[in-house]
Design a protein around this ligand. Structure first.
Ligand code: IPE
Ligand code: IPE
Ligand code: MG
Length: 249
C-alpha cells in the first residue's frame, strides 16, 4: 500500500530535523566529483520538504552547513554557497505553492553577502505562509548556540534584567536560535553515520533517532514516509513505564 496513506495524521512529530549526509559518497560511487553529489542533494531537499508538507508536518529543520564545514576545501564551500543561492531562487515557487515559511538558524554573518541577501528576500516573501515552517541550519553549531545563549543570559543578569534564580529550562530555550520552535520529536540522519555532529544538542534531548544507510541524494518521499512510519511505531515514554503510557490512552 501507498506509504503516505499509512501515515497516521494524528500522530505526527511536531518537529522533524534532518542531518542530510552522504552527498560526497554518492558522487564518489559514481566516479564524479563531490560537488556533483551536492547538486543532486538539492532534489532530495525538494522531495523531503514536499513530502513533509503533504502529510502536514508543521516544523522541518534541515542541517545544510555546520560551523565545522568551513574546514572543507574552499572550492567545495564555494559550490555549497552558490547552490544555496541558486536553489533559493529556483525553489521560491515551490515554497509559495506549499505555503512554506522559510527561516534560518546559525550565524549568518559569515555567509557570502549574496547568500544573505537571497535568504533575507525569501524569508520576507514567505513570512505569511503558515502550512510548514522550514528552517535551514546554516553555519550552525549547537555548542556555539549554547555559548551565545549563555552570553545573552549573563548580560541580562549583569544588567539586572534577570535573577540567577529565574534561570530555568524555558529561559535557556528562549535564548536559543530555535526559541520559537517546539522540541525536536524526530531526528533523521542519512548515509549510515550514527552521530549528531554538533546539531541541536539541547533540542533533541528526547527526540527519537532514526539512521538510514540511504545516501542523501537518493533520499525520496517514500524514504521520508518510511521514516515517519517508523517513528509512529515507537512508544515514547519520557521516563514513565509502558503500563502508564498504555493506561493514559
Ligand atoms: C552532506 O554530505 C552535505 C554537507 C555536509 C554540506 P557530505 O558532503 O558530508 O557527504 P559525505 O559525508 O562526504 O559522503
Ligand atoms: C553534518 O555532516 C553537517 C551537515 C549535514 C550539514 P558532516 O558530513 O559534515 O558531518 P561529519 O563531519 O561527518 O560528522
Ligand atoms: Mg558527511
Amino acid at each position: 500500500m501507498d506509504l503516505k496513506m499509512q501515515v497516521d495524521k494524528n500522530k505526527l512529530p511536531q518537529h522533524v530535523a534532518v542531518i542530510m549526509d552522504g552527498n560526497g559518497r554518492w558522487a564518489k560511487k559514481r566516479g564524479f566529483a563531490r560537488v556533483f553529489g551536492h547538486k543532486n542533494g538539492v532534489n532530495a531537499v525538494r522531495d523531503t520538504v514536499e513530502a513533509a508538507a503533504e502529510i502536514g508536518i508543521k516544523n522541518l529543520t534541515l542541517y545544510a552547513f555546520s560551523t565545522e564545514n568551513w574546514n572543507r576545501p574552499k572550492a567545495e564551500v564555494d559550490t555549497l554557497m552558490n547552490l544555496l543561492i541558486n536553489s533559493l531562487k529556483k525553489e521560491l515557487p515551490t515554497l509559495q505553492k506549499n505555503k512554506i515559511k522559510l527561516a534560518t538558524i546559525g550565524n549568518l554573518s559569515k555567509l557570502p553577502a549574496k547568500a544573505k541577501a537571497k535568504l533575507q528576500e525569501v524569508i520576507e516573501l514567505t513570512q505569511h505562509n503558515t502550512h510548514l515552517n522550514l528552517t535551514l541550519a546554516l553555519n550552525y553549531g549547537a555548542r556555539e548556540e549554547l555559548v551565545n545563549a549563555t552570553k545573552s543570559i549573563s548580560k541580562k543578569i549583569v544588567n539586572n534584567e534577570l535573577n540567577v534564580e529565574e534561570i530555568d529550562e524555558n529561559i535557556i530555550n528562549s535564548h536559543l536560535y530555535t526559541f520559537n520552535l517546539p522540541d525536536v520529536d524526530f531526528l533523521i540522519r542519512t548515509s549510515g553515520e550514527k552521530r549528531i555532529s554538533n546539531f541541536l544538542l539541547w533540542q533533541i534531548a528526547y527526540a527519537e533517532l532514526y539512521f538510514t544507510d540511504v545516501l542523501w541524494p537518493d533520499f525520496s518521499k517514500d524514504h521520508f514516509y518510511q521514516a515517519i512510519l517508523n517513528y509512529q511505531s515507537r512508544e515514547r515514554r519520557f521516563g514513565k513505564t509502558s503500563e502508564q503510557i498504555e493506561n493514559s490512552k
